[in-house]
Design a protein around this ligand. Structure first.
Ligand code: ATP
Length: 340
């Protein structure tokens, strides 16, 4: 059985506006769209010990998915369960009790650490509040956690500003591990670090993964980082999963036209002068997603069916792809490129 089940989850945000804007819109007879469709009908499963990468361009809903899994946001529809139990207790659509079983590691460790609290206290705070570790053992546990993430136990008495970015991210990892979570959600956890430091923190994650049999959602816009740490990868576009596959087949032969375009947009090393092909067109607004396949306005293979019918994520060999090309055709003649 899967540890994490994300079952038909959607998330809509309503954009608030002031009375003046609403008055002006009324005068002009406008009915502006205010609902942001951040996630639509996302279903994923993660097995214990598995790392699932979540990749996509900015605004595709990666962080929203991570926050729903961590119980920070309640889904508008659908459910998220860990071992069959809901990750968050909700009342009237808002989360009123956060799970401790899922811990999140954010992009900016400085923002997520209390600047006035010694790092030892920061790491001990959660286990103390939740009674996870007996008080007399806390100091030793903090020392052990600091060693586990490659820091001196004596650093427990220092403040966050006395550390480098990479060290602060190690502290954030130690704080998350202190809660003995079943699942980690890493949201762009190395994106703000220099490349050499990124590699060190990724290697730490791989060591911890091996030693602790971690289960994780690894959210990143960086395809090479995700390849390094994940077992399977979900590619997201405008709030939906468009392809889901184990790393090797996905990176060897991406199937969805968006996944192919995403790979082509990344400069590759070792191919002489780097060539890359940015994806044509703009990402549509999640306030007004296109009908049919959300990628159809940018897809070189789009046919009539793509403009009207949302493709479902369907199994296709070892992967799942949400594309009419893989489901009996798009309605375009011989699958040739209309936009090319
Ligand atoms: N609290 C919120 N209120 C309103 N809209 C939101 C909120 N959080 C996210 N959104 C919107 O939902 C969509 C998805 O955002 P999200 O942050 O999940 O994307 P992302 O893929 O993580 O992007 P990025 O990599 O830039 O963080 C975006 O259009 C964003 O503006």
């Amino acid at each position: 059985m899967s540890l994490l089940t994300i079952d038909h989850v959607s998330k809509r945000f309503t954009r608030p506006t002031g009375a003046i804007v609403r008055g002006l819109e009324k005068l002009r007879g406008q009915t502006p769209k205010r609902t942001v469709h951040a996630l639509t009908d996302v279903s994923l499963e993660v097995a214990r010990g598995e790392v699932l990468g979540i990749v996509g361009e900015s605004g595709c809903g990666k962080s929203t998915l991570g926050r729903i899994v961590a119980g920070i946001y309640a889904p508008s529809d659908g459910a998220v369960t860990l071992d069959g139990a809901p990750v968050a207790r909700e009342s009237r659509g808002t989360v009123d009790k956060l799970t401790t079983r899922v811990q999140m590691i954010h992009q900016d460790p400085f923002a997520s650490l209390n600047p006035r609290m010694k790092v030892g206290e920061t790491i001990a705070e959660g286990p103390r509040q939740h009674g996870l570790i007996p008080a007399p053992d806390l100091r030793d546990r903090v020392a052990a956690l600091l060693s586990q993430v490659g820091l001196e136990p004596a650093y427990a008495d220092r403040l966050p500003h006395q550390f480098s970015g990479g060290q602060r991210q190690r502290i954030a990892i130690a704080r998350a591990l202190a809660m003995q979570p079943d699942l980690l959600v890493l949201d762009e956890a190395v994106a703000s670090l220099d490349v050499s430091i990124q590699a060190q923190v990724l290697n730490l994650f791989l060591d911890l993964r091996r030693d602790l049999d971690l289960t994780a959602l690894f959210i990143s816009h960086d395809l090479s980082v995700v390849r390094h740490v994940s077992d399977r990868v979900a590619i997201m576009y405008l709030g939906r999963v468009v392809e889901l596959a184990p790393v090797a087949p996905l990176y060897d032969a991406p199937q969805h036209p968006y996944t192919q375009a995403l790979f082509a947009s990344v400069p590759r090393l070792g191919e002489g002068r780097a060539r890359f092909h940015p994806i044509k067109g703009e990402i549509p607004s999640p306030l007004d997603p296109p009908p049919g396949c959300a990628f159809h306005p940018r897809c070189p293979f789009a046919g009539p069916r793509c403009r009207t019918e949302v493709p479902r994520l369907k199994p296709h060999d070892s992967r799942a792809v949400a594309c009419h090309l893989h489901d009996g055709g798009t309605g375009a003649t011989t699958g040739t490129s209309e936009a090319a």
